[in-house]
Ligand binder design. Sequence first.
Ligand code: SF4
Length: 184
Amino acid sequence: MIVHRVMNELVKQRLEKMKEKDDRTIWVTDLIGCKRKAELRKMYPFVLPNSVILGYFAHLGFASYVSEVGGLSEVEYEKNLDGYVIRGRIDAIIDNTVVEFKTAKQVDKPFAHHVMQVRLYMWLSNMTKAVIVYVTPERFVEFKIDKPYRTEDVRELIANWSSPRFDWECKKCEFRVVCEYAKC
Ligand code: SF4
């Protein structure tokens, strides 16, 4: 079944990413969320949230657009900081601009964790321009982000990495049933 093949591919990608995770490597996509969730992802790599499937197909479509306009997709950067390696994979770079592509049910302004993600990418890549592009059932909209994190900000993000980082995370978390820190 196609559904099973897609799921297998997603799990394969997750396992590949896990191989690149060690205790000193911090991925941007982990750092912008709950610290415990990042640990549980390593323990249970087969548990995937539903949003991963929509994101997978949406990103495939976005990658073809990026290649049509001569941009670069899935660009990786890393920086060393205080014994950690901070790594990130930027959705696209178009015209020297970091582009992050997101799907959402509804959006009035960029979500805080997405802004964090993009500011981290700007810090990693030394770029000063960025946009977040949202596709929702009702809107196709982009927001400019123009303030990269400074190294001090990134240090603070690591020092304050909590479980959860945002109050809303537990309600949507795929690990809620096994998590000792779940808030609801
Ligand atoms: S249930 Fe909450 S605290 Fe636990 S991993 Fe998920 S988001 Fe983090």
